[in-house]
Design a protein around this ligand. Structure first.
Ligand SMILES: C[S@@+](CC[C@H](N)C(=O)[O-])C[C@H]1O[C@@H](n2cnc3c(N)ncnc32)[C@H](O)[C@@H]1O
Length: 223
């Protein structure tokens, strides 16, 4: 199967194209529902949103009192994120950097990684590094498209090498305590990743799926 990964310039082109089209956002304005449902239980502190895209999760966290850094290797994505943050009146530190090689100088009370698409070996590498950036007592929250989506008609990437499994997540986060790690159904109507979910075009199935399968990990660092 052809590789379905994108380098930074390909993501730049995708964000530029979205701005010129009818759909000006590639992703939803709100973060994934699991972020909205989970994060309020934790005391706001320093947060990192890795592969932030145009910033939906970072901006929402900032509105909830978190001191947020949003990182993406697409400069176009970060430009858009800045605009969305200005519109929302949210203060976020934005950074253009590659999650595979960049290292922060601080630790974070929360690290979020939403739908980062990387070949499995690179994803494991990034997860292991990100786990090490969680401050004592802090949390890591990861969501990705699950490999079980293949053939269901759910929107999203069709290349299994960039899809997630609970095993990949569970075994990549080192000494963090895994609080939750599983495949979950996401209702495309109420929790869309972006406009594509609303259209719900099929990958290899006759009928579009109304549920997509995500892999979710919530892990905590020892206090
Ligand atoms: C599917 S989008 C998700 C964006 C955002 N997390 C969200 O949920 O709206 C994946 C993002 O990962 C970024 N990305 C992919 N590989 C990356 C890397 N190696 N370092 C930093 N960002 C990366 C892309 O530029 C893109 O913005």
């Amino acid at each position: 199967m052809a590789a379905n990964t994108w380098d930074a310039s390909a993501w730049d082109a995708r964000y530029r194209e979205a701005q010129g089209g009818a759909e000006t956002r590639l992703w939803s304005a709100l973060p994934p529902a699991i972020v909205i449902d989970t994060v309020p239980a934790w005391t706001p502190g320093r947060a990192l949103d890795l592969a932030t895209g145009d910033g939906r999760t970072a901006i929402w966290l900032a509105t909830q009192g978190w001191n947020v850094t949003g990182v993406d290797f697409s400069a176009e994505a970060i430009d858009l994120a800045r605009k969305h943050a200005d519109d929302a009146g949210a203060a976020v530190s934005w950074l253009v950097a590659d999650a595979v090689s960049w290292s922060p100088e601080e630790r974070f009370d929360l690290v979020t990684i939403m739908y980062l698409q990387l070949p499995e070996a690179e994803l494991r590498h990034v997860l292991a590094r990100a786990a090490g950036w969680v401050a004592p007592g802090g949390h890591l929250l990861v969501v990705g498209h699950d490999r079980l989506n293949i053939g269901t008609g759910a929107p999203g990437p069709g290349n299994p090498d960039i899809l997630y499994t609970p095993e990949i997540l569970r075994s990549s986060v080192g000494t963090l305590d895994v609080l939750r790690c599983e495949t979950v159904g996401r209702d495309l109507a109420t929790d869309p990743e972006g406009p594509d979910d609303a259209h719900a075009h099929a990958h290899g199935a006759d009928a579009p799926a109304r549920i997509a399968l995500d892999t979710v990990l919530i892990a905590a660092a020892q206090p």
